[in-house]
Design a protein around this ligand. Structure first.
Ligand code: S3P
Length: 422
């Protein structure tokens, strides 16, 4: 499995904010992460590929970024873009942020709001708080206490990265806990981060500003969001029995596995260990008869990227699956709520959207035969292709190119376990 995308972005950005050299292994070499590597170079860090998945980053220290010469291009990546906005907001540099047509549609105002409170200035921005935009970092950043209005690890991380350069304590209070890779990696590099439970599902994160971040080796574990695709294929293709090695099992990322077990999936944890601060496990997956379930809204942050593939599995299940509280899917690489429903319908599956819920009526079989519009969204493309492995007629996608943003070896890996892709 390829390295985790969230951790790979953070590995490059945070190591670029240390003083000294960090060696990273297992880095995801997908287009999104490569764009972040280029951006770190443009901001003055020395970033070099030394082998397959092996990278060396010589950092410039907290608030040490250099003035970039041209615009920073994040391609398709919301994570790269929003995290670097945070990192730049605490530095006295001015940078233009841009991306592809998908990224230019995504909301950035949610990040700009707290960053301007910290002291950054938005010099120019496209209508509706979209890219391209130019951000002038704060000369004297101010530590803030911030409650994100939506559950978003990108937003939380942007504030924490800006807070690194502010004196005193930057506090983020999340109503619902989101992936905590930034907090963990900051601690790994020597920052003081305190995490406390807050309410039933939330957390309070307190970062002490102006640390000297010290380099430390990083091993990126396998991405559970990528593992979801071969895992799903094994569940729906009769007679399958596969083992997926070394999948990261951070509890803030494993909502899909929990849901699938509730649906009757055979997913066995063969070995579990702690590797580089994250739990990882080998998973044995066998084809299974699935049943529809109700997925509570509170679980969404721990499986936010997995709804398209879960919707495919729900179509192969018997009975109705209702996935609640999916408003954030509307602002992913595409409007994933609408696009996922459309993907199913064009392949003969009954699906509807009610408010922020997606409802899939599973019949244990999928007619297939449709061509799925993927809207520059890698996860829709991979979900549709996996659906085609077990549908009655093959499934086509209009564009498979964006798969390379997160899972460049997808086609080879799937062929290796028996998929026919052409
Ligand atoms: C990510 C956070 C999530 C997720 C994205 C990666 C991250 O986005 O969808 O793929 O690495 O922080 P939001 O923060 O917008 O929920």
């Amino acid at each position: 499995m390829p390295g985790d995308k969230s951790i790979s972005h953070r590995a490059l950005i945070l190591s670029a904010m240390t003083v000294g050299e960090t060696r990273i292994t297992g880095l995801l070499e997908g287009e999104d992460v490569i764009n972040t590597a280029k951006v770190m170079r443009a901001l003055g860090a020395a970033v070099e590929r030394t082998g397959e998945g092996a990278w060396s980053v010589k950092g410039v220290g907290v608030a040490g970024f250099a003035q970039p010469e041209g615009p920073l291009d994040f391609g398709n990546s919301g994570t790269g873009c929003r995290l670097v906005m945070g990192a730049v907001a605490g530095c006295p540099v001015t940078a233009k942020f841009d991306g592809d047509a998908s990224l230019r549609k995504r909301p950035m105002q949610r990040v700009l709001d707290p960053l301007t409170r910290i002291g950054a200035r938005v010099i120019g921005v496209a209508e509706g708080g979209r890219l391209p935009l130019t951000l002038q970092g704060a000369r004297d950043p101010i530590p803030i206490e911030y409650e994100p209005p939506v559950a978003s690890a990108q937003l939380k991380s942007a504030v924490l990265l800006a807070g690194l350069a502010a004196p005193g304590e930057t506090i983020v209070i999340e109503k619902e806990a989101t992936r905590d890779h930034t907090e963990k990696m900051l601690t790994h590099f020597g920052a003081q981060v305190r995490v406390e439970a807050c309410g039933e599902h939330g957390r309070k994160i307190t970062l002490t500003g102006r640390p000297e971040l010290s380099p430390a080796p990083l091993q990126v574990p396998a991405d559970p969001s990528s593992a979801a695709f071969p895992l799903a294929a094994a569940l729906i293709v009769p007679g399958s029995d596969i083992v997926i090695d070394g999948v990261m099992m951070n509890p803030l990322r494993t909502g899909l596995f929990l849901t699938l077990r509730e649906m009757g999936a055979s997913i066995e944890t063969l070995s579990a260990k702690n590797d580089g601060g994250e739990e990882v496990a080998d998973l044995r997956v066998k084809s299974s008869a699935l049943r529809g379930v109700e997925v509570p809204a509170v679980r969404a942050p721990s499986m936010i990227d997995e709804y398209p593939i879960l919707a495919v599995l729900a179509a192969f299940a018997e009975g109705t699956t209702r996935m609640r509280g999916l408003s954030e899917l509307r602002v992913k690489e595409s409007d994933r709520l609408a696009a996922t429903a459309a993907m199913l319908r064009v392949n003969g599956v009954a699906a509807e959207i009610e408010g922020d819920d997606l409802i899939v009526h599973g019949k244990g079989r999928v007619p297939g035969g449709g061509t799925v519009a993927t809207h520059m969204d890698h996860r829709l493309a991979m979900s549709a292709l996996v659906m085609g492995l077990a549908s009655e007629k093959p499934v086509a996608v209009d564009d498979a190119a964006f798969i390379a943003t997160s899972f460049p070896g997808f086609a080879d890996l799937m062929r290796g376990i028996g998929a026919e892709l052409s």
